[in-house]
Design a protein around this ligand. Structure first.
Ligand code: FYN
Ligand code: ADP
Ligand code: MG
Length: 575
């Protein structure tokens, strides 16, 4: 370029920013550093919201749950090698959970990486990401940025959603294009998640099977929540009169207080049902692979032998564990609508003895639960603390509940009713710890709603430093740390009598509330349900970042919560 013929140029930073914005992506979850610091700055200068974290894993978790909440891929931006690896856990978790996200990482120069000449943060990131995500792409030329973004968006959103990796070597950021040419190279993706209509014969097969059922059950998974098909699902449930069971993150698709919910009769309905309609739920470990024993250790009745109708957008999900008699491949909304059309208005409701037996079980379990929740032990236990949380959600059902831990997770899931879809965000398919603060940040940023995070004291530790992030962006997040002094519980001892505490035990009576105070937020120390309720009410009123250290009886937890059966030695101890 000479002084006399000035051609306006657009650099790679701005091509990337404009390419994302063109596709409706307005927020980036990031951790700045070489070579993407300027990308963060320029994105903010261009009007994007750049939420910057203290560790990439939490930025990645934020992007992943943003994807689940919005049906747009959440974007996480990291530096090369170590930063990329820190983000990778979140990318893999997103893929496992079918959350759409794009991890964009800067990387070192190809020539040096490929000859292993020892570049700054040298790593073949593309090769490492590939097996852990749905798709991985690298962009080497500025003119390909538009295509790279388009391919990443389509890969993340279409079919079964998942994580996508986009590799951007540092050299890319030194390039630019004439402004018109650059802008024309960008792509606005048309219909990135096309509806998938099920085949009429597949619908007929499913209806035929359902018609003959004596003990039908609908099982809702987080794929149904993601699909935003709550209206169709409610019609299906209410028109057919079939009882339904929500998986953890499907709670609230219909209110948990709905009379057809069989959640409180879970271990009864699963083995007893004869035809199960799976809607966006996989028959993985969380459902005993469709054949295992029921959970909770109380009954060991094996199930299996059920016939399944499985609604799923992935054509290869059916038969992954047990035979599926009637697979229905398509998006949840289209599939449920097709069933509804075939059902008409004269569908025979399920036999009264099935409905009655479920109601009996439910009544018994609800009464038992009410009895436990009414107790007011000192110190608090999980139940007495969570009775408070249950009331809060009932009073303010728009609250987004983030939940992780072992006991803190399992008790919350069964005690705290959800009333609206996509309000419960938790450890998902992997049972991963560390999603807490990343999910909380994104839930607040994406929804604008009050967030309430119920955290085990161990679980909180994985992402606890992000309370600074929560304070920095002044987000309406109220964290309750269920502090029982350890992993599962705080009472283990070192059998040798040596000076080290047991591996599951933390500092006794730690003051997690003071972590929040350190960054200008509100800390609350709660030893009673009343203090807990006051702390939450004040947090919701002020919408200030708040951390409530809820002192829980250190003997209260069980090993591995309700999945003790997966922990070989603990299972043996209780057998
Ligand atoms: C449920 N229940 C209720 C209610 N809701 N009773 C009364 N009232 C209400 N509202 C009963 C339900 O019938 C069960 O009793 C029990 O409470 C537990 O319900 P839940 O939690 O739905 O069922 P369960 O058996 O625990 O579910 C299995 C599971 C679940 C695998 C899907 O445990 C799960 O999602 N686990 C994830 C664990 C995890 O990822 N942990 C992180 C790693 S922790 P019964 O019917 O009597 O059985 C590392 O250690
Ligand atoms: P849960 O843990 O709640 O049972 P899973 O994550 O195991 O849920 O299953 C979700 C399922 O939903 C996946 O098999 C996925 O392919 C499917 N899915 C995701 N989005 C859609 C959609 N829009 N339509 C249909 N199925 C979907
Ligand atoms: Mg604990």
């Amino acid at each position: 370029m000479t002084d006399s013929i000035q051609v306006a140029e657009i650099d790679s930073f701005h091509l990337l920013i404009e390419g994302l914005k063109l596709n409706g992506i307005e927020t980036i979850y990031a951790l700045p550093g070489i070579p993407i610091t300027d990308l963060c700055r320029k994105a903010q200068a261009a009007g994007m919201r750049v939420i910057s974290f203290r560790h990439e894993q939490h930025a990645g978790n934020a992007a992943a749950i943003a994807g689940f909440l919005t049906q747009k891929p959440g974007v996480c931006l990291t530096v090369s090698a170590p930063g990329f690896l820190n983000g990778l856990t979140a990318l893999a978790n997103a893929t496992t959970n079918c959350f759409p996200m794009i991890l964009i990482s800067g990387s070192s120069e190809r020539e040096i990486v490929d000859l292993q000449q020892g570049d700054y943060e040298e790593m073949d990131q593309l090769a490492i990401a590939k097996p852990l995500c749905k798709a991985a792409y690298r962009v080497l030329e500025a003119e390909d940025i538009g295509v790279g973004i388009a391919r990443a968006i389509r890969s993340a959103l279409s079919g079964r959603p998942g994580g996508v990796y986009l590799d951007l070597p540092a050299k890319l950021f030194t390039q630019s294009l004439p402004i018109e040419e650059g802008r024309q190279s960008l792509i606005k993706v048309v219909d990135p998640a096309p509806r998938q209509i099920p085949a009429p014969e597949a619908v007929a097969r499913a209806l035929e099977l359902l018609k003959g059922a004596k003990k039908p059950l609908i099982l809702l998974g987080k794929g149904a929540a993601y699909a935003r098909a709550e209206n169709e699902i409610r019609q299906l449930v209410e028109k057919t009169g079939i009882p339904y069971l929500p998986m953890s993150m499907a709670k609230g698709i219909l209110p948990d207080t709905h009379e057809q919910s069989a959640a409180a009769a879970r271990s009864y309905v699963l083995p007893e049902a004869d035809v199960v309609v799976l809607i966006g739920a996989r028959l993985n470990w969380l459902l005993s692979h469709g054949k295992g024993k029921t959970w909770g250790g109380k009954t060991s009745k094996t199930w299996g032998g059920q016939q399944y109708i499985q609604i799923d957008i992935s054509p290869i999900e059916a038969d992954s564990n047990v035979p599926i008699a009637a697979p229905l491949v398509g998006d949840v909304g289209s599939c449920v609508s097709a069933l509804l059309a075939g059902i008409g208005n004269n569908w025979a409701k399920p036999p009264a003895d099935w409905i009655g037996a479920i109601a009996d079980r439910r009544t018994k379990n609800v009464a038992k639960m009410a009895e436990t929740l009414a107790k007011n032990p000192s110190p608090m236990n999980f139940q007495s603390a969570l009775a408070v949380v249950r009331d809060v959600l009932r009073d303010q059902p728009d609250t987004v509940l983030v939940n992780e831990g072992a006991n803190a997770l399992d008790f919350t899931r069964s005690i705290v009713d959800m009333y609206k879809p996509r309000k419960r965000l938790d450890v998902g398919t992997w049972g991963i710890m560390g999603i807490g603060m990343g999910f909380s940040v994104a839930a607040a940023v994406e929804t604008g709603e009050q967030v309430l995070s119920i955290e085990g004291d161990s679980a909180f530790g994985f992402s606890g430093m992000e309370v600074e992030t929560i304070c920095r962006y002044n987000l309406p997040v109220c964290i309750v740390v269920m502090n029982n002094n350890g992993v599962y519980k705080g009472t283990d001892v070192n059998p040798t009598g040596g000076p080290d505490v047991a591996p599951t035990v933390f500092v006794k009576n730690a003051r997690y509330d003071q972590m929040m105070v350190a960054f200008g937020g509100v800390g609350v120390y709660a030893t009673t349900p009343e203090e807990l309720r006051q702390g939450i009410d004040e947090a919701f009123r002020s919408r200030r970042p708040t951390l409530i250290n809820a002192v829980i009886d250190e003997t209260a937890g069980t090993e591995s919560g309700r999945i003790t059966s997966l922990n070989p030695t603990a299972a043996k101890k209780t057998a």
